[in-house]
Design a protein around this ligand. Structure first.
Ligand code: SF4
Length: 235
């Protein structure tokens, strides 16, 4: 295939062959930046997998564009971590992407604490819509998803046809375990969210993230007591 792989030019056989040819996650990331250059972004949540991927990417493409979906509802510790990451990797282009509505405006239009009454709508307004807007000018996006994170993620591949956004989604860390992630963080001494040391393995917006008990599913603290398990970016 001579031309760039895009959502519209998706070819199952070609992608299958391509994926089988990757030696490891580094190979995937190198291929992705060569294939898409400025037309790819890394959407980082700055969780444990997120900071690992930031470090790996910084060694392959020190000027990579990274976006954080800043809902204005994240923990103070998450914003502090982003500042520490910016200091450690000054050449990376880290952009805070905001929703169209402030939290107050959202309350005016849809009622107070929308995350309690209708978390799917809240995630749509504060995460999905902003990412959709950013991706308008891009062909591909990268994420730190891992297969073992949840049953909804067990079938993800290095390269995915993302019907939600009409783009290519690259997931270099699919084969990493939770132990792999933490071993990398410790050995490379990467800044990480301090909440991870306080029983928050998976960290999202403050109103929708709770502590989990030792030995519980890593994402059990997200949207606790609700049927929702994903923000909708990956479903
Ligand atoms: S995680 Fe919660 S607060 Fe954040 S956008 Fe989704 S519903 Fe809203």
């Amino acid at each position: 295939m001579g031309s760039k792989l895009t959502y519209d030019s998706w070819d199952e056989d070609y992608v299958h062959q391509l994926q089988n040819g990757f030696k490891d996650f580094v190979d995937v990331i190198k291929w992705a930046y060569k294939e898409y250059e400025e037309k790819m972004i890394y959407a980082c949540s700055f969780g444990a997998e997120g900071v690992v991927l930031v470090d790996i990417i910084s060694k392959i493409n020190p000027f990579a564009k990274i976006v954080f979906l800043d809902t204005d509802l994240h923990f103070r510790e998450t914003y502090e971590l982003i500042e520490r990451i910016k200091e450690k990797y000054p050449t990376l282009n880290i952009e805070m992407v905001k929703p169209a509505l402030s939290v107050n405006q959202q309350s005016e239009y849809y009622g107070d604490r929308l995350w309690e009454k209708n978390p799917n709508l809240c995630c749509y307004l504060r995460k999905i819509q902003p990412l959709k807007k950013v991706l308008t000018n891009h062909d591909a996006w990268m994420t730190g998803l891992r297969r073992e994170q949840s049953s909804t993620r067990k079938n993800i591949n290095y390269i995915n046809k993302d019907d939600k956004f009409g783009k290519i989604k690259i997931c270099p860390l699919i084969h990493w375990s939770w132990e792999d992630v933490w071993s990398y963080i410790r050995v490379q001494q990467i800044p990480y969210n301090q909440l991870h040391d306080q029983h928050y393995p998976s960290i999202g917006c403050e109103p929708c993230t709770a502590k989990v008990l030792e030995g519980t599913n890593l994402r059990a603290g997200r949207w606790i007591n609700k049927e929702k398990t994903e923000c909708g970016l990956h479903t």
